[in-house]
Write a protein of this length. Structure first.
Lengths: 113, 111
């Protein structure tokens, strides 16, 4: 669900390592999930999405995994680069036919040189 | 290709003054439109969304209102700003049941 008032959790990784950012959702009826990247002072950018009839989807250097049994979503970033430093948000549609997204609280990813 | 514009980029307003933020989308028709607010270091709070001209759904009771006078124009307004209205305001658009695309945002500071 929405956590707009909470401070962001943080994740620090070494440049070149893989990053895994996790997101838990509570609504078992959610059927569409998205990961966004937000750099400081900018609007969120779409990274990758996945529908509930899939459990894995790959993009360029990113993979999204969906575990509907435990209502868990993860974003894996391979060989992280300094440009990957940002806040990452997961989002879900709360039910079929919903025309809005519910955003998670976000995770701040910091890449150490 | 589609683009989304927001203006102004930054705004400093006194408490009690009115507000009008504008968002326009190019390159698509009949989009869903959204207004979000983001406090510093926080997540995104959905304020309003619209599935068509003149159709506005409000997500939270507040000091703000929204209007959609044209298909690709979404306006966020207030008659009297409060200190708590400060934040980063984001407009987004989407096609039916698909990902949302965000604009560059407006940073509002109410003094």
């Amino acid at each position: 669900g929405e956590s707009v008032g909470l401070h962001l959790p943080t994740l620090s990784v070494q440049e070149g390592d893989n990053s895994i950012i996790n997101c838990a959702y509570s609504n078992s009826a959610s059927d569409y999930f998205i990961w966004y990247k937000q750099e400081s002072g900018k609007g969120p950018q779409f990274i990758i999405d996945i529908r509930s009839n899939m459990d894995k989807r790959q993009g360029q250097r990113v993979t999204v995994l969906l575990n509907k049994t435990v209502k868990h979503l993860s974003l894996q970033i391979a060989a992280t680069q300094p440009g990957d430093s940002a806040v990452y948000f997961c989002a879900e549609t709360p039910n079929q036919g919903a025309q809005k997204l519910v955003f998670g609280q976000g995770t701040r990813l910091t890449i150490n040189p | 290709s589609q683009t989304i514009h927001q203006w102004p980029a930054t705004l400093v307003q006194p408490v009690g003054s009115p507000l009008s933020l504008e968002c326009t989308v190019e390159g698509t028709s009949n989009p869903n439109l959204y207004w979000y607010r983001q406090a510093a270091g926080r997540g995104l709070q959905l304020l309003f969304y619209s599935v068509g001209i003149g159709q506005i759904s409000s997500e939270v009771p507040q000091n703000l209102s929204a209007s959609r006078p044209q298909d690709r124009q979404f306006i966020l307004s207030s008659k009297k700003l409060l200190l708590s209205d400060s934040g980063f305001y984001l407009c987004a658009w989407s096609r039916l049941y698909n990902e949302q695309f965000f604009g560059p945002g407006t940073r509002l500071t109410v003094l």
